[in-house]
Design a protein around this ligand. Structure first.
Ligand SMILES: [Zn+2]
Length: 320
């Protein structure tokens, strides 16, 4: 079953499976949740389950495979054209939906970034949402339901997808072959998004940076000379510098957790240094560092020299 490949969305999937088996599938759904939490995969699995040659959403028959690849002729996937979903895209969709399905029992459409309708394309969609031609299945996906046109939102059954827990993400990454440390670090930085965590864990420089930052930290943040050597190595380009900030946040989070007695560490092997930093810095000082990291990130994104930005940050770090 393709549903069983989806991580951490048991509530939504149980709900949809029950609707399928009892024949009570609605005609318009809105899947809400953070980027990369499994909305698109669930939408495809739902379509596969309704199209499947074995009526199960087996995931292996040619029909399921075509759906999961987004290449079934009766499945229409709409993504914003530029910044918005345009009225021409909705008109085209409507023309498709009135046709008889080529192969499947009904037509289906998945609309990505449903918060990006403009008033005219949104209005064009409304009637289709109320009475989809040929009993078409409409699935809208959004990361921000509140930013959607209320008229569209209210015509759909809303399913809220959970942000994935760090433990769930990290377990999954380990099952994909990541080391426990990489998995934990990526999970901590992914904001509940499995896709983001996978991307982080697969970054070539991730492991190197992890090692460098670990070394940097174990040398004591207060040692300014080592910090400058580190900034020279890690400020060579924008991406490396931004990655370093992410890692620093991970380390500082461990320090914060150490202060609060929370036993959920990303860098368990650095425990002695982390305890030391936890004793050295007040929670307010730590909060200050977190906001300095954010400011540094913004500066680098605004094209300030990465090395210069890291130098400034590290100078502040060196003063506990
Ligand atoms: Zn199948």
């Amino acid at each position: 079953m393709v549903f069983s490949d989806i991580v951490g969305q048991d509530t939504c999937i149980t709900f949809l499976r029950r609707a399928l088996t009892t024949g009570k599938l609605g005609h318009a759904y809105l899947f809400e949740g953070v980027e990369g939490c499994g909305k698109r995969l669930t939408a495809l699995a739902l379509v596969a389950s309704t199209f499947c040659a074995h009526h199960t959403g087996c995931g292996t028959c040619p029909v399921c495979r075509k759906v999961m690849a987004g290449q079934h002729p009766d499945l229409h996937i709409i993504e914003p054209d530029g910044t918005a979903i345009k009225i021409a895209q909705i008109r085209e969709l409507q023309q498709e939906l009135v046709l008889r399905p080529y192969e499947a029992p009904r037509k289906a459409c998945i609309i990505e970034s449903a918060e990006r309708f403009n008033p005219s394309s949104g209005n064009a969609l409304l009637k289709t949402l109320e009475e989809p031609p040929g009993n078409a299945l409409m699935i809208l996906l959004t990361t921000n339901g509140e930013a959607m046109l209320p008229t569209i939102r209210s015509r759909c059954q809303r399913l809220r997808f959970a942000s994935l827990g760090e433990e769930t993400i990290s377990r999954f990454l380990v099952s994909e072959g990541a080391t426990l440390e990489t998995a934990r670090l990526a999970a901590a930085q992914a904001g509940g998004s499995l896709a983001r965590a996978q991307e982080l864990a697969a970054t070539d420089s991730f492991a190197t940076q992890q090692e460098l930052t670990g070394r940097l930290f174990s040398l004591r943040l207060a040692d300014i000379k080592n910090l400058f050597i580190a900034s020279e190595r890690q400020g060579t380009d924008r991406d490396t510098a931004l990655g370093t900030l992410t890692l620093l946040e991970g380390l500082l989070r461990d320090v914060l957790f150490a202060q609060q007695g929370v036993d959920q560490r990303i860098f368990p092997e650095l425990a002695p240094c982390i305890e030391q930093e936890a004793a050295l810095r007040s929670p307010a000082a730590l909060a200050g560092i977190f906001s300095q990291i954010t400011a540094t990130r913004q500066a680098i994104q605004r094209n300030v020299s990465p090395q210069l930005a890291l130098d400034v940050l590290f100078m502040k770090l060196a003063r506990p």
